[in-house]
Design a protein around this ligand. Structure first.
Ligand SMILES: Nc1ncnc2c1ncn2[C@@H]1O[C@H](COP(=O)(O)OP(=O)(O)OP(=O)(O)O)[C@@H](O)[C@H]1O
Length: 589
């Protein structure tokens, strides 16, 4: 079991590392620039430290000339001038590196967000619907922030490593033996801390999972605000969310202890090694004070770069699981792309479902052998008990899901070959619970589509019986109607959704229970609106209310996933018990 978990961990780690490398590769030039600037900054700093140490030793000895390592000597004013120049080189090198690293982070953030948004929007409806709410937001915000933070950390790590190397090389030049001892110490310290780094990776995995669970919990609370209040269960939700909050915070604390603690442990170990090295130098009675003091300063500084390097490694290890989650999500979205097709039939009609079977992934068969055909301009009603499969048929008609058996033909062409952009212009939809943009009625009727002119918006509003409302609004069509149309009533939102559907002048209009949540007056208004469209569009109307389907040319009854009857309204009572019972029930109301 443990071996299996380790093997899994190894695979995950290598895939997240691959993900990190893939993100850095396009920025190779920037990385090289960063390395050069870091080297410049480190060289300036090394020269400065050596010069200042030599100046101090020269002053203590009362000499005019400043002798440096490798037998180079300068007069004191030359040494001061050179120290000033080296300081400027160090500052410019380091500031340049900061500039490059900031540019790198900004372009990685833009690219990552773009990639995730694009892959999510292009994935199939089945994947979008199945993805838990809150996950996309969490991936887009905090997970991508961590991804770019990791790339930035790699950039800092590069700076620290190059600087460390430069300092170690300078140490070798000053005193090879002592420098070798310090390098050995660096390697040993890193070895000793190996198990802590592995522990960190496990904790980071747990942290990423806890964050996703927390985001899902938050999304649930956000969506159930009204129900929570009405049922008075806020405390239960507070408790449930509290558990997720504490779980995420604990996972964060455990990860942070190691991310922030490892560099300190590393530095303390190095100090201990250095102390040992000094003790050895004492015992061996080292006699060159300039070399010894230069070396101590160089090594102290290289330790601070070593600590930065270790800190970068810890942050990278802590963030790799977040990168893997982003990559897993993108892979899932890309693997299940919405089908595109290229065929553009002459028209959508005839729209034929031929022996259609359908089962949701991992579920039982929902539709069996559904055969039905729609002629141009026809109004077809679909009725049936709850759970019979009506909305599933709608999703198939809109090309959002693919049948598991049979063929759905659009204008004689199989749906999987049809160009979806063409289909989206030809087939419009009014959902059961329409969602609106934060904008005006005009914005919602246009719905980001090109070619929907003001005249088309106004004409659609007339058909959808919205003009009375629009005339009362202070800015007419351009009045802001709140987040998700929150300033409109349910019936008004429904009519905006109808206007949105017909503004593009589609050939087919599909409505999924557009009147189920409306009062009788609004229902009459919507029925009248649909009647006005008779002959102009082919309409598929799913309804629970028998009065709504009264305008249909034919009504199909679906029961247990099969069509049990399909007739003109006047003849349907003979053919369908369900219809007869439903008519009787609506007459009693
Ligand atoms: N996303 C899904 N994943 C799995 N099963 C689903 C999914 N959506 C619907 N189902 C199942 O498919 C069956 C048909 O559902 P569908 O929504 O098509 O029924 P419906 O006739 O529109 O019902 P209603 O009138 O209550 O809206 C139901 O048994 C339902 O549980």
């Amino acid at each position: 079991m443990r071996m299996k978990r380790d093997a899994e961990g190894c695979r995950n780690r290598s895939s997240s590392l691959r993900g990190l490398i893939d993100r850095i590769q396009p920025h190779r030039v920037r990385m090289v620039g960063l390395a050069i600037l870091s080297l410049l900054g480190a060289s300036g700093e090394i020269g400065f430290i050596l010069l200042v140490t030599s100046l101090a030793v020269a002053f203590l000895g009362g000499g005019e000339n400043v002798s440096m390592v490798l037998g180079v000597s300068l007069d004191s004013s030359g040494a001061f001038a050179l120290a000033g120049v080296l300081l400027v080189v160090r500052t410019l090198g380091n500031l340049g590196a900061v500039q490059v690293s900031a540019g790198l982070v900004a372009s990685v953030t833009t690219y990552e967000r773009d990639r995730l948004a694009r892959s999510y929007l292009m994935t199939s409806w089945a994947v979008q619907q199945a993805s838990q709410s809150g996950r996309l937001q969490e991936l887009m915000t905090s997970f991508i922030k961590r991804t770019t933070e990791t790339v930035a950390t790699v950039a800092h790590g590069v700076t620290a490593t190059i600087s460390l190397l430069a300092f170690v090389i300078a140490g070798f030049v000053v005193d090879p033996l002592s420098a070798a001892a310090v390098v050995g110490g660096l390697a040993l310290a890193s070895l000793v801390l190996g198990p802590f780094r592995r522990g960190l990776r496990h904790r980071a995995d747990r942290h990423a999972q806890a964050d996703i669970q927390f985001a899902k919990g938050v999304a649930e609370v956000g969506g159930l605000g009204l129900e929570m209040k009405v049922f008075g269960v806020e405390s239960a939700f507070i408790e449930r969310l509290g558990l997720l909050i504490r779980d995420a915070s604990n996972a964060q604390r455990r990860t942070n202890v190691l991310v922030n603690g490892l560099p300190h442990l590393y530095t303390s170990l190095l100090y201990a090694f250095m102390l040992g090295g000094l003790a050895i130098a004492f015992m061996m009675k080292a006699s060159n004070p300039l070399a010894l003091s230069s070396l101590v300063l160089l090594m102290l500084r290289s330790m601070s770069y070593g600590q930065q390097m270790m800190s970068s490694l810890a942050t990278i290890a802590g963030n790799l699981p977040f990168i893997r989650s982003v990559d897993d999500a993108i892979q899932q979205y890309v693997m299940d792309r919405a089908p595109r097709g290229e065929a553009r039939p002459k028209s959508v009609a005839p729209l034929c479902l031929n022996a259609i079977d359908f089962a949701y992934p991992g579920g039982e068969q929902v539709l069996s052998g559904v055969t039905i055909s729609l002629a141009r301009g026809e109004i077809l009603g679909i009725i049936g008990p709850s759970g019979a499969g009506k909305s599933t048929i709608v999703q198939l008609l809109l090309g959002l899901r693919q049948p598991t058996g049979g063929v759905l033909r659009v204008g004689g062409v199989s749906m999987d070959l049809v160009d979806r952009d063409w289909l989206a212009r030809k087939v419009a939809f009014v959902p059961q619970e329409p969602r609106l943009l934060a904008g005006s009625i005009g914005d919602n009727v246009r719905f980001m589509r090109e070619g929907i002119t003001l005249e088309k918006v106004a004409a659609a509003c007339v058909v959808a019986d919205l003009m009375d409302l629009v005339s009362e609004l202070p800015d007419g069509l351009e009045t802001f109607v709140g987040e998700e149309g929150g300033r409109l009533s349910g019936g008004q939102r429904q009519r905006v959704a109808i206007a949105r559907a017909i503004a593009g002048d589609p050939e087919v209009l599909v409505l999924d229970e557009p009147t189920s949540a409306l009062d009788p007056q609004s229902e009459i208004a919507i029925r009248a609106a649909l009647d006005r469209l008779r002959g102009r569009m082919t309409i598929v109307l799913i309804a629970h209310r028998m009065s709504t389907v009264g305008i249909c040319d034919r009504i199909a009854v679906i029961e247990n996933g099969t069509i049990s009857a399909c007739e003109r309204p006047g003849l349907l009572s003979e053919a369908s018990d369900f219809y007869k019972r439903s008519l009787a029930a609506s007459a009693e109301k």
